[in-house]
Design a protein around this ligand. Structure first.
Ligand code: AMP
Length: 195
């Protein structure tokens, strides 16, 4: 039973690595951004609400995001562990996740911090904008998302570092190299691949 978080700036490659780690470790990757986008495609009220924030590069309000994740983490497949990608992003979300885990008698095993420098992340995001047409990948919105990350999310790394949970991984390089780096540092902490 492995419970992990993946934290890093927009464009660091979290989504790609989350999918690969999910497969390697045999746990579901849960991305709040993906859930918001799925809801938007399905035309739900949640999707429309989320879009109004996402398009401006703002965070969806904590109450909405926290309810969503509490619901998702009680699904059967998350019982045996999970990898959270893009959650928590605020101190209030950390508090909610702490409470949820404590209520279920669970705890986190590690927090993977994926690093990447700003020029690299901006150019990756602009490329993704061209390839995938995501409405929150325009340059102005990207800059704002990076600012918000620095202000609200980066400080969470210290919170988890104080708990001895953070493993730092360089997110630059090929996707395969980065995956191998993450698998190696997790393995050093006794977190092993699924059989
Ligand atoms: P992502 O796919 O992780 O880059 O997320 C895309 C957008 O979804 C973000 O820019 C936010 O608007 C919203 N979002 C995703 N996760 C969260 C979260 N944990 N808290 C608030 N907003 C979020």
């Amino acid at each position: 039973m492995t419970r992990l978080l993946l934290i890093g700036p927009p464009g660091a490659g979290k989504g790609t690595q989350a999918a690969r780690l999910s497969e390697r470790l045999g746990i579901p990757a849960i991305s709040t951004g993906d859930i918001f986008r799925e809801n938007l495609r399905a035309g739900t009220e949640l999707g429309l609400l989320a879009k109004s924030f996402m398009d401006r590069g703002e965070y969806v309000p904590d109450t909405v995001t926290n309810d969503l994740i509490a619901d998702r983490l009680t699904a059967a497949d998350a019982d045996s562990g999970f990898l959270l990608d893009g959650y928590p992003r605020t101190t209030e979300q950390v508090r909610t996740l702490d409470e949820f885990l404590a209520d279920h008698g669970h705890s986190l095993d590690a927090v993977v911090q994926l690093t990447a420098d700003e020029d690299e992340t901006v150019s990756r995001l602009l490329k993704r904008a061209r390839d995938q047409g995501r409405s929150d990948d325009t340059e102005a919105v990207i800059r704002h998302r990076l600012e918000l990350y620095a202000q609200q999310t980066e400080p969470l790394i210290d919170v988890y570092a104080d708990r001895g949970l953070v493993v730092r991984v360089d997110g630059l390089g090929s996707m395969d190299d980065v995956t191998e780096r993450i698998v190696a540092v997790l393995s050093e902490r006794g977190i092993r691949q699924a059989a």
